[in-house]
Every structure is written in structure tokens, then in C-alpha cells.
Design a protein around this ligand. Sequence first.
Ligand code: MN
Length: 230
Amino acid sequence: MSHVVTAPSPVVLPVVGGGSWPVRRVYCVGRNYEEHAKEMGFTGREPPFFFMKPADGLMHVPEGTVGAMPYPPGTANLHYEMELVAAIGIGGANIKAADAMKHVWGYAVGLDMTRRDLQNDAKKQGRPWEIGKAFDASGPIGSIVPATRAGNPSSAAIELKVNGVVKQSSTTAKLIWNIAETIEHLSAYWRLEPGDLIFTGTPEGVGAVVRGDVMEGSVAGVAAISVKMV
Ligand code: MN
């Protein structure tokens, strides 16, 4: 049977060392570093919660290049959120934290770009977050790094600079819910499948960027990403 409209292109990321990663779903964890939860007005001790970005909202940026992210429409307060991303290689439901790391094939670095003004409006009005979080090019992301090449992502420096000035500087050891615990919570509500990505949350220091700003993010031992707002 032939399609009656143009089929969307599959969303695929390159893998460091060879091969490619077919992206299925993109899950994101909200407020997963205590100091960021506090700067957003929360206690930092709530159970994890999740939202999604569309897979085709990712924007691949090869390491060593500067990606060009179009400033999105409808916002006057576009925020960066530097994040470690976990890539699921083996699916499952109701995965226990003790078994969870077997399901992680690799990692990436990503930016959970956020139209903060629209997200804040949505929060106030009890509306969904998609307009603030799930827009086109809202997820600049590097290549997938196999776990065997990724150092120790559970205790790695995570940093973001804007125009050379450090804005976010923390360690993934400060995740409120670590990757294994996150997978336990997430897989209790959705069955994970190979190709799923999980943006694990951002540390404190989020802020706005405007056209012309250059963001340089890294998770030590994993990867780095550079993006210019255009
Ligand atoms: Mn985030």
C-alpha cells in the first residue's frame, strides 16, 4: 500500500565509532537537580515527572561544529537547559533500578531548549507544556556515545557556557533521581523500547539566550555540543 502523503523522514543520529541510532521517543525529566528545582520555586524533593519532545524536534549537532538553531517563534524568553541524555538499547516495562543500567546502550549531550514564558503561562493556566518544550529544533543533541566509550556519566562534570561565560556548572552525581532510578519510574508508566532517549534534567543556572549567542555545553568524558542562535 503506498502512502497518500509524503512520509516523514526517520529520525536518526550518528553513533560515535560507527553506525546510527534510530530515535523512537524522547522523554525528559523535569526538575531533577535540587538547586534547579529551587530556582524554579520547588523544594527539590518531589518524585520525578516526565514530559516528551517530538523525535523530529531534535537537531543533531556533530561534535566540533557549531549548530545553527533558529530562534523559535512566539517567545521572548528562550532558555537553555544543558542535560545528559541516556539512550535505551533494550526495552522493558517495570524495570527495577538495580537492573536498569543493562538497558542503557549509550549517552549523548543535549539541550532542552524551553520557551520559558510560554511554559510559565501553561503552568499558571494548568495547560500542557508542549508549547514551551516540544517545538521544532527544541532539542539540539550530539551523536550517541556508546556506554563503553562514555567514561562515568553518573559522576561527571556538566557545564554550559554562553558566549564563553560559565552559566551552568554541576555534576551528574547531583541528579535527584539517577539514571537507574529514573528508568525505574519512567518504565512504570511507559514501556521503554530500543531507540528511546531520556533527557535527564538540568542543573541550576538556566537563563535566556538571544540571536547571536553561542552556547557550549559538555558532560565530561561523554561529549560536547556547540550551538549558535540564529
Ligand atoms: Mn529539562
